[in-house]
Design a protein around this ligand. Structure first.
Ligand code: AMP
Length: 197
């Protein structure tokens, strides 16, 4: 199965991805991790990415889509299942993902939406910033990221609901309970996929 893990910044996408990788052996692509790796290696792309990330803004769609196309080509095209974590974040990115999968004979099976209230997201990111030193987890940038999320990313919820791919998960609970709900939903979806084959 190819799935998107969807949700605001700090909603637990990374944490739940780790558990999904372990249980289902899915390949994980986090666009945030890809960009942070470029920043660490001080590549040209890293310099561009840093200027957006530090401002809490999204990397422009054209560039981000090109990056994802390359990552899929280099590391995921032969994988039976992939988790997309942090992509798509805009409607054009969602349309691009459909094309990038389609041209490789694949499709997106489910979009798992981790639903968490804003005040909890802020708390979690402030905490993460203290624990990891992640530079965009500071109060000012967090505010900007939440605004970007509500304006540009959250419309994807309705987009995927209409396509019957959106699975809402209450992400404001204990990590293990959230994971149980996700597993249950994915198992159900995967049975449906198999029976349609
Ligand atoms: P994340 O680790 O997913 O929270 O991403 C950290 C930052 O990387 C975001 O605030 C954006 O600046 C950038 N980023 C990650 N994924 C994307 C994407 N799909 N489109 C645009 N920018 C992205």
């Amino acid at each position: 199965m190819n799935i998107v893990l969807f949700g605001g910044p700090g909603s637990g996408k990374g944490t739940q991805s780790e558990k999904l990788i372990e249980k289902y052996g899915l390949h994980h692509i986090s666009t945030g991790d890809v960009l942070r790796d470029h920043i660490k290696r001080e590549t040209e792309l890293g310099k561009i990415a840093k200027s957006y990330i530090d401002e809490g803004q999204l990397i422009p769609d054209d560039l981000m889509i090109q990056i994802l196309d390359d990552v899929i080509e280099n590391e995921a095209k032969d994988k039976p299942g992939v988790i997309f974590d942090g992509f798509p974040r805009t409607i054009p990115q969602a349309e691009a993902l459909n094309e990038l999968l389609g041209k490789r004979g694949k499709e997106l099976h489910a979009v798992v939406g981790l639903e968490v209230p804003d005040d909890e997201l802020v708390k979690r990111m402030i905490n993460r910033g203290k624990m990891t030193g992640r530079t965009d987890d500071n109060e000012e940038t967090i505010k900007k990221r939440l605004k970007v999320y509500h304006n540009q990313t959250s419309p994807l919820r309705d987009h995927y609901k209409k396509l019957n791919k959106y699975v809402a998960i209450d992400g404001n609970r204990e990590i293990s309970h959230i994971f149980e709900s996700i597993s249950k939903e994915l198992d159900k979806r995967s049975r449906e996929v198999m029976s349609n084959k």
